[in-house]
Design a binder for this molecule. Structure first.
Ligand code: IMP
Length: 427
C-alpha cells in the first residue's frame, strides 16, 4: 500500500501519534486531515517525549513533508507555540483550512456551562464552534487570514456579531483591535507555509509518493458515526480523508486501525465496557491514562469488539495496530466484550440513539492473562502464548488481520507483523 490512513478505532488516545511516527520513517508525506489542537499525540524517540497537538506526527522526521489539510481547524497561537519548540521540519498548510479565534474558545466554554450535567466534556479548544462557523459560512479560511486587509474586514464584521452571542451567555466581549494586532502577527509566521495542499498532494501522488493520512481522535468520536452528541465536530474515519484533503476516494489504498489493548474514553458519554475500582486505577496508572491535552484522567474499560466492528464498517480497516499491550501484563484474566444485550435481544452493533446505547450491557468472553515482561520483545514469535492468544482472538472477532503491535511508548517498542508499507526512497 502506498497511501494509508491511520485511524483511531475507539474513543481516541489509541496511540495514533506513535504509530504514525513509526510508519513515517517509511513515508514521504504525513497529512493531518481533521480536528485541531484538541488532539494530543505523544511520540517518544530514544526516551525523549514530544507532545503534539496540532502538527502532524511526521514532523519529527526531518526528511518528510507534513501537511495540515483543508479539513483541519488551526489555532494560530497554538501553532506558533508548537512550532517554536521544533527545528528542521517541512510543513505545508492548506489555504482552505479554517482558523480558530478567541471567541471560539469562549463560546466552547459557554456552551458547555450552559449544558450543565449534559455537557460533552470538550477540550475547550474552540473546535466545535469553529466547525459550526465553517458550516454556517461564518468562518475564516487560512487564505483570508494571511491577507491583512481581508482578514481585518472579515474579523471586524464577525467580532461584532460574535460579541452579541458572548453577551447573551454573560461573557466579556472581545476587543477587535487587540485580536487583530495579535493574530495578524501570527498570520505573518504562518504565511510561508500556506499553499493549495490538494494540488500539492495530487502532484505527489502522480510522482508515486508514499503518504500517511493521520486521523485525530477516534471513530467513536466521529460527528456522523460516533456516539452523538458525545462526539467531536469532525470525522476521523478513513472515508473522510478524500473530502478533507482534496484527493479522489479511490486513491486511498487502505487503513490501519490503531487499537488500544483495552478501552479508554475522556469526556462524557456511554462506554459499555467501562470498569471501576482497583483494576481501573491500576490500568490508568501503568498506562499513564491522563489526557495529553487536558490532563484529565481517562475512563478505563475492557476491550470492546462491538466498537471495533462498528469502526471497521463505517471507516474500513485493512490491518490492526494493537498498542499498550504491556499495560495488561500481570492481570490474571482479561475480558473482551463481544456483543450487547439490548431490550432482551443480543446485538453486535451500536444503536444510533444515545439513550438506547446507554441501555446496552455487554456480554464478555474471558481470556487468561500473562505475567511475563513483554516490553523488550522484538518479534511476534517472542510473545508469551497467552498474549498471542489474546491478539489472535481480537483479530478473529473483528475480522481484521494484525499489522503491528506495540509493547511500550518508545519508537523502538513497535513491532511490524505485516510489511504493508515498504521503505521509501526519499528521492
Ligand atoms: P472537542 O473535540 O474538544 O469538541 O471535544 C469533544 C469530545 O471529544 C470530548 O469528549 C473530548 O474529550 C473528546 N476528544 C477530543 N479530542 C480528543 C482526543 O484527542 N482524544 C480523546 N478524546 C478527545
Amino acid at each position: 500500500m502506498k497511501r494509508v490512513v491511520v485511524v483511531g478505532t475507539q474513543w481516541g488516545d489509541e496511540g495514533k501519534g506513535k504509530i504514525t511516527d513509526y510508519l513515517a520513517q517509511k513515508a514521504d508525506i504525513v497529512v493531518r486531515y481533521q480536528g485541531g489542537n484538541n488532539a494530543g499525540h505523544t511520540v517518544v524517540i530514544d526516551g525523549k517525549k514530544y507532545s503534539l497537538h496540532l502538527l502532524p506526527s511526521g514532523i519529527l522526521n526531518p526528511n518528510i513533508d507534513n501537511v495540515m489539510a483543508n479539513g483541519m481547524v488551526i489555532n494560530p497561537k497554538a501553532f506558533i507555540a508548537e512550532t517554536a519548540k521544533l527545528s528542521n521540519f517541512k510543513l505545508h498548510i492548506s489555504d482552505r483550512a479554517h482558523i480558530v479565534l478567541p471567541y471560539h474558545l469562549e463560546l466552547d466554554k459557554a456552551y458547555e456551562q450552559n449544558k450543565g450535567d449534559e455537557k460533552i466534556g470538550t477540550t475547550h479548544k474552540g473546535i466545535g464552534p469553529t466547525y459550526t462557523d465553517k458550516s454556517a459560512r461564518l468562518g475564516i479560511r487560512v487564505s483570508t487570514f494571511i491577507h491583512p486587509e481581508r482578514f481585518r474586514s472579515r474579523l471586524k464584521e464577525l467580532i461584532e456579531f460574535k460579541n452579541q452571542e458572548l453577551l447573551h451567555y454573560g461573557k466579556e466581549p472581545i476587543d477587535f483591535e487587540s485580536v487583530y494586532q495579535e493574530f495578524s502577527e501570527y498570520a505573518k509566521v504562518m504565511k510561508p507555509y500556506v499553499k493549495d495542499t490538494s494540488y500539492f498532494l495530487n502532484q505527489a501522488i502522480e510522482h508515486n509518493k508514499k503518504i500517511l493520512f493521520e486521523g485525530a481522535q477516534g471513530v467513536l468520536l466521529c460527528l456522523d458515526h460516533g456516539t452523538y452528541p458525545y462526539v467531536t465536530s469532525s470525522s476521523p474515519t478513513a472515508s473522510s480523508v478524500p473530502l478533507n484533503t482534496g484527493i479522489a476516494p479511490w486513491l486511498i489504498d487502505g487503513a490501519i486501525g490503531v487499537t488500544k489493548a483495552y478501552t479508554t474514553r475522556v469526556g462524557s458519554g456511554p462506554m459499555p465496557s467501562e470498569i471501576h475500582g482497583d483494576l481501573a486505577v491500576r490500568i490508568r496508572t501503568i498506562g499513564n491514562e491522563f489526557g495529553t491535552t487536558t490532563g484529565r484522567p481517562r475512563r478505563i474499560g475492557w476491550l470492546d469488539t462491538v466498537v471495533l466492528k462498528h469502526t471497521k464498517r463505517v471507516s474500513g480497516l485493512s490491518y490492526l495496530a494493537v498498542t499498550l499491550l504491556d499495560v495488561l501484563t500481570g492481570i490474571p484474566e482479561l475480558k473482551i466484550a463481544t456483543s450487547y444485550n439490548f431490550n432482551g435481544e443480543e446485538i453486535d452493533r451500536i444503536p444510533a440513539d444515545i439513550e438506547d446505547f446507554m441501555a446496552c450491557t455487554p456480554n464478555y468472553i474471558t481470556m487468561p492473562g500473562w505475567n511475563e515482561d513483554i516490553t523488550q520483545v522484538k518479534s511476534y514469535d517472542e510473545l508469551p502464548q497467552n498474549t498471542k492468544n489474546y491478539l489472535s482472538k481480537l483479530c478473529e472477532l473483528v475480522g481484521v488481520p494484525l499489522g503491528i503491535f506495540s509493547v511500550g511508548p518508545d519508537r523502538n517498542q513497535t513491532i511490524m507483523v505485516q510489511s504493508f508499507f515498504e521503505e521509501s526512497t526519499h528521492d
